[in-house]
Ligand binder design. Structure first.
Ligand SMILES: Nc1ncnc2c1ncn2[C@@H]1O[C@H](COP(=O)(O)OP(=O)(O)OP(=O)(O)O)[C@@H](O)[C@H]1O
Ligand SMILES: [Mg+2]
Length: 161
């Protein structure tokens, strides 16, 4: 599986990455976000929501674990699994129902979901410096393959621009 590393030098770069990712999203997609505390997962999600036409203020679902936002383009179900105690608890979060109704899932600490999602876009954030992050973009499952090729081409073009 290919991985494209996108270098982000600022919050604005991370927001631009989210805007490009948003162009490839369809109902029921799953976007898994991994990386340490403060790596940029929520920052990315805010920009992704904005690109999907969400006008609400997007905040970290640290305690409730799930927030849902209705955007003009798609509904976003934003989950944060940091406080998930057992993988079994995932079922209680209602992510499947949200997805069935057409929402996309954006899951922070997505690695804690194990193999629950067979098709997903995966973004792994790592700290490089104060305002620098590397984002490794990869995908899981056949559903993403053609779109992943398009997405990486668009991201490469963006990097060169
Ligand atoms: N290039 C960058 N991309 C994203 N965030 C950045 C960048 N540079 C600095 N930041 C800052 O890093 C912080 C990232 O916080 P954010 O809440 O997005 O992290 P998180 O990965 O969601 O953490 P948590 O695991 O606690 O939910 C913000 O304060 C943001 O302003
Ligand atoms: Mg967060």
């Amino acid at each position: 599986m290919t991985t494209l590393t996108v270098a982000s030098r600022s919050v604005a770069d991370t927001a631009r990455l989210a805007t490009v990712v948003a162009t490839e999203l369809r109902p029921r997609d799953v976007v898994l976000l991994t990386g340490d505390l403060g790596a940029g997962k929520t920052t990315f999600t805010k920009a992704l929501c904005a690109a999907l036409g969400v006008t609400d203020n997007v905040t970290s679902p640290t305690f409730t674990l799930v927030h849902e936002y209705r955007g003009s383009k798609l509904t976003v179900c934003h989950a944060d699994l940091y406080r998930l105690e057992r993988t079994g608890e995932l079922i209680d979060l209602g992510l499947d129902d949200a997805r069935r109704s057409g929402a996309i899932l954006v899951v922070e600490w997505g690695d804690l979901a194990g193999d629950e999602f067979t098709d997903a876009l995966v973004l792994a954030f790592t700290h490089v410096g104060d305002t620098e992050r590397n984002v490794d973009v990869s995908s899981r499952g056949t559903a993403w393959e053609p779109r992943f090729t398009r997405l990486t081409a668009a991201l490469r073009a963006g990097v060169d621009a």
